[in-house]
Design a protein around this ligand. Structure first.
Ligand SMILES: Cc1ncc(COP(=O)(O)O)c(C=O)c1O
Length: 402
């Protein structure tokens, strides 16, 4: 009998965290490294949010709170859903966790039984499949294509669903592809879920990148475009990305009360409440001025355009223009099978990424980590100068492949 739980063997460490750690290590050794692996904005947390945290400290709001959120924060979340998404929830339908990741984790752990399936459009965020597998479930990847901008089609969704499907785990704008959907495109997907044969499938929508949309695209969430899905949808969101609060650790979800209660029960036996100080900062983030978001988006859009244009000039790469988030997901199919300057045969996208890091000092995350190959993810939430430099290095790396 081994010491470690069998469930641990079902999962791998987060690839994005692994690449970021490796890039930091190389940098610490004095190497000239540009990290494009981390999924976090390079902007600082807005001052009014930091001030709210300082106030919370000074007012000694430093004790345990209700497990799944203080009433003031739940009220701010209820107001956010009404104001921005046209969704009506009671505070008892809201759960606050230590990051969106915990909210997802809670929801899946509370509902997955061995053999249950979760349909996930691929490419997808690294953690979804591992969390499902930790719970004994089976991730079922619904494929997308680069030609369709990595957007899921209704036919691919329908084909992935069967009697064992418990959840459809949706994420748009997407990490890693940046793909976002129009209202009509999203409605076409929710129509699939409204078919009587699919009535057992619940929707877990990860709206983490809601505010990071470009080219005038408007955000919609599944329960908004199809109100009949309200009773089987968990709408998840968080402050990490749009509010530049990755280190603060705060996410939230809203859905049917029994599910929220189950999630609270699990959280009460793991982490208990998210940091009290972070919760007070979150109240300010959601209720306070939102004007920094369009300012950041203008910069993100300029960087996106720069990166897409430069990557499409690299030999063997093909990069669609995504509508949201701060990622691009170029295909490197044209580089596979070629040999690098130092003699490495680029047999797959992992070798593409590791050789690029070794030869040119650019850290990207390989597509296999996101369940769609051969490709890689670049996070353009970094300075324009570094992006220009990194893309020039990528062009040189690709140009040197023989
Ligand atoms: C799609 C997606 N969902 C959830 C998360 C988790 O965010 P949080 O920092 O709130 O845990 C991330 C973070 O990278 C993400 O990209």
């Amino acid at each position: 009998m081994g010491f470690y739980a069998d469930s641990l063997n079902r999962i791998s460490p987060s690839a994005t965290i692994a690449v970021s750690t490796k890039a930091r290590e190389l940098k610490a050794q004095g190497r000239d490294i540009i990290g494009l692996a981390a999924g976090e904005p390079d902007f600082d947390t807005p001052q009014n949010i930091k001030d709210a945290a300082k106030r919370a400290l000074d007012e000694n709001k430093t004790r345990y709170t209700d497990v799944d959120g203080i009433p003031e924060l739940k009220a701010a979340i209820v107001a956010k859903f009404r104001r921005e998404n046209g969704l009506t929830y009671k505070p008892s339908q809201v759960s606050v966790g230590t990051g969106g990741k915990q909210v997802l984790y809670n929801a899946l752990m509370c509902t997955i039984n061995p053999g249950d399936e979760v349909v996930i459009p691929a490419p997808c965020w690294v953690s979804y499949a591992d969390i499902v597998m930790l719970g004994g479930g089976k991730p079922v990847f619904a494929p997308t294509t680069i030609e369709n901008g990595y957007k899921l089609t209704p036919a691919a969704l329908d084909a992935a669903i069967n009697a064992k499907t418990k959840w459809f785990l949706f994420n748009a704008p997407s990490n890693p592809s940046g793909a976002a959907y129009t209202e009509a495109e999203l409605k076409a997907l929710t129509d699939v879920l409204m078919q009587p044969k699919n009535a057992h499938v619940w929707v877990l929508t990860d709206d983490m990148y809601e505010h990071l949309l470009y080219d005038g695209l408007k955000f919609f969430t599944p329960a908004q475009v199809e109100p009949r899905l309200y009773d089987r949808t968990l709408t998840m969101n968080g402050l990490s990305k749009a509010y530049c609060m990755t280190g603060w650790r705060l996410g939230y979800g809203a859905g049917p009360e029994p599910l929220i209660k189950a999630m609270c029960k699990l959280q009460s036996q793991s982490t208990s409440n998210p940091s009290s100080i972070t919760q007070w900062a979150a109240v300010e983030a959601l209720n306070g001025p939102q004007d920094f978001i369009p300012k950041h988006n203008k910069i993100f859009k300029e960087r996106r355009d720069l990166v897409v244009s430069m990557l499409n000039q690299a030999r063997g790469l093909k990069c669609p223009t995504p509508e949201g988030a701060f990622y691009v997901y170029p295909s490197c199919a044209g580089a596979i099978g070629k040999v690098s300057k130092s003699g490495v045969t680029i047999a797959n996208d992992e070798l593409f990424a590791t050789t690029l890091l070794e030869e040119e000092g650019v850290a990207v995350v390989h597509g296999a980590a996101f369940a769609m190959s051969p490709a890689f993810r670049i996070s353009y939430a970094t300075s324009t100068k570094d992006l220009e430099d990194a893309c020039t290095r990528i062009q040189r790396f690709c140009g040197n492949l023989r």
